[in-house]
Write a protein of this length. Structure first.
Length: 288
C-alpha cells in the first residue's frame, strides 16, 4: 500500500497548474485583425526548407521542440521559407542561449540565403549585412541579455525597411533590393531559439511611410494633447473606427475597433505607440 506521504506528493503534483507550451500559431486579437498568419506552426518545419536542398532527415542542428525552433549551432544548413516574399511585416521572438550568440535574420534573400541579413550576433544586433541599406545600424543596446527572449518586428515595403526591437523603434533604412526573396534564419555556430514567427503580407501601392503603412490609409480626427493621452480616434480607409485610450504616462494603452460605425465594439487590446509625444497619424500595422 502506498505511503501517506507518497499519496500526498502525487496529489500535490496533480494540483500544480499546467506549464504552458509555446504555440507557433498564437496570434493576438490585434494581429488577427491586422491579417497576420503564423509562419511557424509550433510543431514542425511545414512551410520551411533547409538550404542546399538538404533532406530534413540529414539535418541535425535544427529541430522543433515545445513549440520552439531550436538551433544547436553549426554553419549549415540555414533555414529558409519555401516561397519568396515581397512586401511584408514580420514579428518573431528569439534568444541566444549563451552570451556569445550569433545568427542572422534574412529578408528578400536568395534561395540559399546569404544576402540581406539583419545580424543577430551579440553586440552587433541589427546591423545589415550582405547588401546595402542606408540608415541601418547596430542596436545592441536595445537587446536583452542571453537566455531572455527578444521580440523583433520588421516591416519591408518597396525599398524601405523599418525595424523595431522589444517594442522600440531601432532604425529605418532605404535601398533594399531585390523586390522579392526568401526569409530565413542563419546557422552560425551558436545555440539559439526562435518562436512565435508571424507574418502579414503588405499591399504596396508605391506610397510607403516610416510606419510601413500607406499614406491616406487613415483619417486622423484626434490626437495627444500636451503630453497627455486623450481618447483618440480615426477612421480607416475601409471604414472601421479605431479608438486609442490610456494613461497620461503613455503606458497601458488600449485599442478598440468597430466595424459597424460604432454600434458594436471589439474588446480593446493592448496597443503600443511608436512615438512618445502623441498618437501617431498612422496607427502602426493596422492598415488592412
Amino acid at each position: 500500500m502506498p505511503s501517506k506521504s507518497l499519496v500526498t506528493a502525487v496529489v500535490c503534483l496533480l494540483c500544480l497548474p499546467a506549464i504552458p507550451v509555446a504555440r507557433g500559431d498564437d496570434l493576438s486579437d490585434e494581429e488577427k485583425q491586422a491579417g497576420f498568419a503564423p509562419l511557424f506552426n509550433g510543431r514542425d518545419f511545414s512551410g520551411w526548407r533547409f538550404t542546399g536542398d538538404q533532406p530534413p532527415e540529414e539535418v541535425t542542428n535544427w529541430k522543433v521542440a515545445d513549440g520552439v525552433i531550436q538551433l544547436s549551432g553549426g554553419s549549415k544548413p540555414h533555414l529558409a521559407t519555401e516561397r519568396e516574399y515581397g512586401d511584408f511585416e514580420m514579428r518573431f521572438e528569439w534568444r541566444g542561449l549563451k552570451p556569445k550568440y550569433n545568427s542572422g535574420f534574412f529578408i528578400r534573400s536568395g534561395k540559399n540565403l546569404g544576402s540581406n541579413q539583419l545580424n543577430l550576433a551579440h553586440g552587433s544586433e541589427g546591423a545589415f549585412l550582405g547588401g546595402s541599406l542606408d540608415g541601418a545600424k547596430t542596436v545592441g543596446d536595445l537587446q536583452k541579455p542571453a537566455s531572455e527572449w527578444n521580440e523583433w518586428r520588421v516591416v519591408v515595403q518597396g525599398e524601405k525597411v523599418a525595424f523595431w526591437c522589444n517594442g522600440k523603434p531601432a532604425w529605418e533604412g532605404t535601398g533594399l533590393k531585390p523586390q522579392n526573396g526568401f526569409i530565413g534564419l542563419q546557422a552560425e555556430g551558436a545555440a539559439l531559439e526562435f518562436r512565435r514567427l508571424r507574418i502579414r503580407e503588405v499591399k504596396n501601392d508605391g506610397k510607403e511611410t516610416r510606419s510601413g503603412v500607406a499614406d491616406g490609409q487613415f483619417v486622423r480626427i484626434a490626437s495627444g494633447v500636451s503630453g497627455h493621452i486623450h481618447p483618440a480616434a480615426c477612421v480607416t480607409k475601409r471604414g472601421d473606427i479605431l479608438v486609442i485610450f490610456g494613461q497620461s504616462d503613455m503606458k497601458d494603452l488600449r485599442l478598440g475597433r468597430s466595424t459597424d460605425g460604432g454600434k458594436t465594439w471589439i474588446p480593446p487590446v493592448a496597443f503600443q505607440l511608436f512615438s512618445s509625444r502623441g498618437v501617431s497619424p498612422y496607427l502602426d500595422a493596422l492598415s488592412q
